[in-house]
Every structure is written in C-alpha cells, then in structure tokens.
Design a protein around this ligand. Structure first.
Ligand code: SF4
Length: 215
C-alpha cells in the first residue's frame, strides 16, 4: 500500500497541449527527480527552467493520501464539484514534479474504477506505468529519456542541444513545441514559431491557461 504525497489538486481547464480546453482535475504530485524545487539548487539541477512549485503537500487540495482508493475518491469528488448529476467524462491530469515517482498500478486501477480518464505529464526519465490513457512526455536537454513512446511529445523551447531530429523517430502521435516561460518569453515565442515554420512535423503549443488567468 502506497502513501501518495500530493502538492495540490484543483479543478480547472487543461491549458496546454492537444487536450487544451478540457475540464480537468489537476493532480500535482510532490517531488521531482530533476530538481529539488529549492531555488538555491536550481543552477546545478538537471532541469533549470521549472515554473512550478512542487515542494511539500501544503497546496490547495494537497496532502498525504493513505492509499489509492482515498486519492481516487478525492479526485472523483473534485470532478463532481458543481455537478447536480455526476456524469461520465471525468478527466484527471496527473503532473508534478515528476508523477512517475509515485504513480502506480493501484492508483491507475482505482481511478479507472471510478470512470476517470487519466492523462499524465512526465519528463520521460522514468518508464511510464501501464494503463495511462493519454501520455505526454516533455524531455529536458541533457537527461536520458527512457520513455520514448506516448501520445504527445512536448518540447519546451528553446533548449539548446536538443536532438529534435532523433525525437522525430520516437513513437509519439503528436509533437509539440512550447515556448519557454521565462524572462525571455517574447523571444522564445518567436523562436518557437520559427521552429515550427521550419519543422512542420511539430506544432505550436501555447500555455492558454496563463493568458486566461486559469491555474
Ligand atoms: S522535470 Fe518538470 S517538474 Fe521537474 S524540475 Fe523540470 S519542469 Fe519542473
């Protein structure tokens, strides 16, 4: 039996990628294998451009969940918010941090048993647990990507040195370029647009939730 450490959980609309615009419960697991989450460690981390707080379990809807059933019940209850008559079509986006550090078959099965479709966003350095309905992998330059198949490959751009030509040989249905959200965002957007113009196997993904004021 696992104890799951969840940073936060909230109801929103998915803001990026091919599933953008869908009503979704966001389940953010605590912890990542590529950065401690502490600013003093960022410069030396394997991933240096993170825009997410995934440390601890103190966010809205966060906490420690004793087992898969407890966490799946919480996801289902959050999905049912404002629903007079709960319907099918429940959708959870499991992210982090790095969700593959905690996601396991017990939780996949518990969510499916509650008729919840499961999307996962991972950095790809750990193998994906079977049973995920929509798998998005977002590679970070300089890391070893072991998960080279899925539904969506999302490359945050620019990441100098990224071997996008090799990534085109990986087994993904969709390939996305997403401008990096940092102080150079305007330049990053221009670079991402130029990339897609030159490499039409990729398409642009923008973080719609940020311009809409969604979480
Ligand atoms: S891999 Fe993802 S969660 Fe981890 S530090 Fe990088 S951007 Fe943040």
């Amino acid at each position: 039996m696992s104890v799951y450490a969840v940073k936060e959980m909230f109801l929103t609309l998915q803001g990026e990628g091919l599933q953008a615009g869908r009503r979704a419960v966001f389940l953010r697991f605590a912890g990542c294998n590529l950065w401690s989450g502490r600013e003093q460690d960022r410069a030396d981390a394997a991933c240096t451009f993170c825009d997410t707080d995934f440390v601890g379990t103190n966010g809205d809807g966060g906490g420690k969940f004793a087992d898969a059933a407890a966490l799946a019940d919480a996801v289902r209850a959050m999905w049912d918010t404002w629903m007079e008559d709960p319907v099918d079509g429940a959708f959870v986006v499991i992210t982090g941090g790095e969700p593959m550090l905690q996601l396991d078959t017990a939780l996949i099965d518990a969510l499916h048993a509650r008729r919840i479709e499961i999307a996962v966003e991972s950095n790809g350095t750990l193998p994906a647990v079977p049973g995920i309905d929509w798998l998005c992998i977002s590679p970070k330059q300089g890391t070893e990507i072991v998960q080279r198949s899925g539904d969506e490959l999302k490359l945050v751009w620019p990441q100098p040195g990224s071997d996008y030509a090799a990534m085109e040989q990986w087994d993904f249905t969709h390939r996305l370029i997403q401008p990096m959200d940092n102080a150079s965002q305007r330049d990053n957007i221009a670079a991402a647009i130029k990339f897609v113009i030159l490499h039409p196997k990729w398409r642009l993904s923008t973080q719609v939730h940020k311009s809409l004021g969604l979480r």
